[in-house]
Design a protein around this ligand. Structure first.
Ligand code: AMP
Length: 420
């Protein structure tokens, strides 16, 4: 299938070409026809599937006809990074249309944003808090909005933005097209979708469809050896642009400093940074000044850096959704990528859940200088009162611990010099 079938305006086709897209991704194939027909949409898809173009291209097609220099589309996103990324995508896709988008979020001055809108933008991409500020100041008029897009609605909920969203909607006309995108569907989002959407077309793109170009690799390691193993992996694998995830802000910062001291061009992105520092870290990562970015889940939301070769889970995420969000940042659309996960004993049950969602086992890999010492999943299962699945034991061999069980979940530990 090609983009021609959607009969986009030639100016929009020029934008698609500028992006380098030759054929639509699954979400684009499924979501664009109902959006072009003016229907409401509930899109269940994660970042990395091409969902931005799935709503932006039909939106541009609609705005291409009709009045200019008034705000006709509002896109709400939970983070500045995502808002900035959507705005940048629109700028490229709309490059030949003379349609203009303005991005609105906190942490930067208000007057510049208002000025740009008053100069005649048709699209506003906004984070909820700052948008409400402008609405309360009566600085923005949304009465002519024809299309509302809520992107990453599940993260809006995570961040406590749903009351703000409901307040924002009071400023919109009742008659409009509504597009809601979310990777997951917690009850609160289901309720919100029911409130907002009118007879929506539901488009669902599976996690596995989104990540087909990614290899998922597991390294089993004791907690104490994670940093040593990470450095060995980075020395051995051909990592170019690497995004590393940690559980805490503190760890993101200290790990980036540690990697920097070991000769990597690394920086961190975590909640404690000022807007200016965040932007510096992101820009540096995008333009290649930093090859390694260490981030927490929250800080990394919405990062769109093309060509990320490796996503490394230094810490296993708390949920399967977080895993798919993290790893969706590599292997995007047409590229391939590697998602490497360092897991230790207590991560056993989460790894099982991730593998269930992926529908396959992660590839087990080890690092030279570390031997696999086995462990298994019995403990977490027993603790929950479940029966472990037993497999035949492998014979204990040199370098293997006698307590080993074959199905098990191995740890990599460095081989002490005297045992080598
Ligand atoms: P998104 O899910 O919107 O964040 O998009 C993920 C990545 O896929 C971005 O880097 C897009 O530029 C890219 N992308 C979107 N649509 C296509 C397409 N049809 N062909 C190739 N790449 C695409």
């Amino acid at each position: 299938m090609s983009f021609e079938e959607f009969q986009f305006h030639p100016h929009i086709i020029a934008g698609i070409e500028a992006c380098g897209y030759t054929s639509p991704t699954p979400i684009q194939r499924e979501a664009m026809p109902p959006i072009l027909a003016g229907r409401d949409i509930l899109g269940l898809a994660q970042t990395g599937t091409g969902k931005t173009a799935a709503f932006v291209l039909p939106l541009l097609q609609r705005l291409q006809a009709g009045p200019r220099k008034k705000v006709r589309a509002l896109i709400v996103a939970p983070t500045r990074e995502l808002a900035e990324q959507i705005h940048e995508n629109i700028s490229t896709m709309a490059g030949h249309t003379r349609l203009r988008s303005v991005v609105v979020y906190g942490g930067v001055g208000k007057p510049g944003q208002i000025k740009k809108i008053r100069e005649g933008a048709e699209i506003i991409v906004a984070c909820p808090g700052r948008l409400l500020d402008h609405l309360n100041d009566k600085a923005i008029n949304l009465r002519e909005v024809e299309v509302l897009v809520l992107d990453e609605a599940d993260h809006m909920f995570d961040k406590g933005f749903l009351p703000d969203i409901r307040r924002i909607m009071k400023h919109l006309p009742n008659q409009r097209q509504n597009l809601v995108f979310s990777a997951t569907m917690p009850t609160e989002i289901r309720h919100l979708a029911e409130e907002i959407l009118n007879n929506p077309a539901v488009v669902q793109i599976n996690h596995t469809q989104a990540v087909t170009t990614i290899s998922h690799v597991l390294f089993q390691v004791t907690k104490e050896n994670k940093t040593a193993m990470l450095k060995s992996i980075m020395a051995q694998e051909e990592t170019t642009t690497t995004l590393i995830f940690t559980k805490t802000k503190h760890k993101a910062k200290s790990l980036a400093l540690h990697l920097e001291k070991s000769g990597h061009s690394a920086t961190s992105l975590q909640g404690n940074l000022s807007q200016q520092k965040r932007q510096q870290a992101l820009d540096g990562f995008k333009n290649g000044t930093f090859k390694v970015l260490v981030a927490t889940d929250i800080a990394a939301r919405g990062i769109d850096v093309s060509g990320i070769s490796h996503v490394i889970n230094y810490d296993v995420p708390d949920t399967v959704e977080a895993y798919t969000h993290r790893t969706g940042r590599t292997g995007r659309a047409t590229r391939t990528g590697e998602a490497l996960t360092l897991a230790s004993r207590e991560d056993g049950s989460m790894i099982q859940s991730i593998e269930r969602t992926l529908g396959k086992k992660m590839i087990r890999r080890n690092v030279t200088g570390f031997v696999a010492e086995a462990c298994d999943l019995e403990e977490p299962l027993k603790a929950r009162g479940e029966r472990p699945i037993r497999k035949k034991s492998a014979p204990a061999g040199p370098g293997r611990n006698k307590r080993t069980r074959a199905s098990s979940f191995d740890f990599g530990i460095p081989v002490p010099a005297q045992r080598r």
